[in-house]
Design a protein around this ligand. Structure first.
Ligand code: KG4
Length: 340
């Protein structure tokens, strides 16, 4: 097994959805470069990500993105110790582009390839700025495809405490934004317009608030649709602010409950919805009251990027060694499945 230490340099590649990203990270946390080419514009007019367009755009962007990540890092290809890529979960065609690129580079450089679980990488995004965490850590992973409350017992060791039983938090933001004609992706649009609205204007439901650790957002989305249909003259900013507050109330309440349940020392946020202004403020307030240390990823590390892939790759390489070059894409990978 390859020796992994603070000087080990990993090139990370991410292509699970609509961002082509490459990054060079040393020692698991020292980000030497991070380049993200987003396809948001190419998908915007369809109101969501189109898998075929995503795969083609990854193929086009891959070489320039990797080249830029290498030149920004100031590191020569020969200095790379391992190449990591997201193997899942995600869109299969999109994943295959990154996996094939990473395996090719690894083969040419004669260095190990590491398959990374995208969800595990989101957990590591928060640690890039603040690696000295105390376990157990509750990670609130809130993205377009997932809403998970994860007990991170130590590096690579997770149990899921709670999760959504239907829509992910980001999916709810996106669906409500589409209904309100605010464009795609919906989270940033709702976050922006909500600042001008009255969060107490409409009392939307907080589903399952006192019920276990799971959450549900599909009823909330339906109640927004029903309310707006019944009250067509309502201000969009008020709907956005009231909806956002309902989502954040539930996430903060469940995170607090889960943190108490596992005896957490630290709470971390991860995933695209971790960029939400209200969620960051409310979680900070809840943690200050309860005395938990809160680790917030920088805004750039909330959404998909390759620095978190290289970082998770470094930890995986250290604990499990490399992944076989025969490994493929795993579109349905779960957090608790190992990618290598
Ligand atoms: O983690 P991510 O980039 O992609 C995956 O799903 O893997 O997350 C994207 C999601 C989208 O649903 C987007 O609407 C949401 O994160 N998002 C936000 C904000 N920024 C991005 N949701 C709420 N507030 C935001 N500021």
């Amino acid at each position: 097994m390859i020796h992994v230490d603070e000087s080990t340099v990993v090139l990370g590649i991410e292509t699970s959805c609509d961002e082509t990203a490459a990054a060079v990270v040393m020692g698991g946390n020292d980000v030497l470069s991070s380049v993200v080419a987003t396809q948001i514009e190419q998908h915007a007019r369809f109101g969501g990500v189109v898998p075929e367009i995503a795969s083609r755009a990854h193929v086009e962007a891959m070489t320039p993105v990797v080249r830029k990540a290498m030149s920004d890092s100031g590191v020569a290809f020969e200095r790379i110790d391992a190449v990591a890529a997201t193997v899942g979960p995600g869109l299969v065609g999109a994943l295959l582009v990154g996996v094939a690129a990473a395996k090719s580079i690894a083969l040419v450089l004669d260095k190990p390839f590491v398959g990374v679980n995208h969800l595990e990488a989101h957990l590591y995004a928060a640690l890039l700025d603040d690696p000295l965490v105390e376990f157990p850590m509750l990670v609130v992973l809130v993205s377009g495809g997932n809403t998970l409350f994860v007990n991170m017992v130590s590096h690579g060791e997770y149990t899921i405490v709670g999760q959504t039983i239907d829509d992910a938090a980001g999916e709810a933001f996106d669906k409500v934004a589409r209904f309100l004609d605010l464009g795609h992706p919906g989270g940033p649009a709702i976050d922006r317009i909500a600042r001008e609205g009255n969060a107490a204007a409409i009392d939307f439901p907080r589903a399952m608030l006192h019920d276990g650790f799971d959450v549900s957002f599909s009823g909330l989305k339906t109640s927004v649709v029903n309310y707006v249909r019944k009250n067509p003259s309502v201000a969009t900013a008020d709907v956005a602010a009231s909806f956002q507050t309902a989502v954040v109330d539930v996430l903060v309440a469940k995170a607090t409950k889960a943190a108490r349940h596992i005896g957490a020392k630290t709470i971390a946020l991860g995933g695209g919805v971790a960029a939400n202004t209200l969620l960051r403020t409310q979680m900070s307030a809840a943690c200050a009251t309860a005395g938990w240390r809160l680790v917030l990823p920088s805004m750039a590390m909330c959404t998909d990027n390759a620095a978190m892939i290289a970082s998770a790759g470094w930890y995986r390489l250290r604990s499990n060694g490399s992944t076989s070059l025969g490994a493929g894409a795993l579109p349905n990978l779960k957090l608790t499945d190992t990618a290598n």
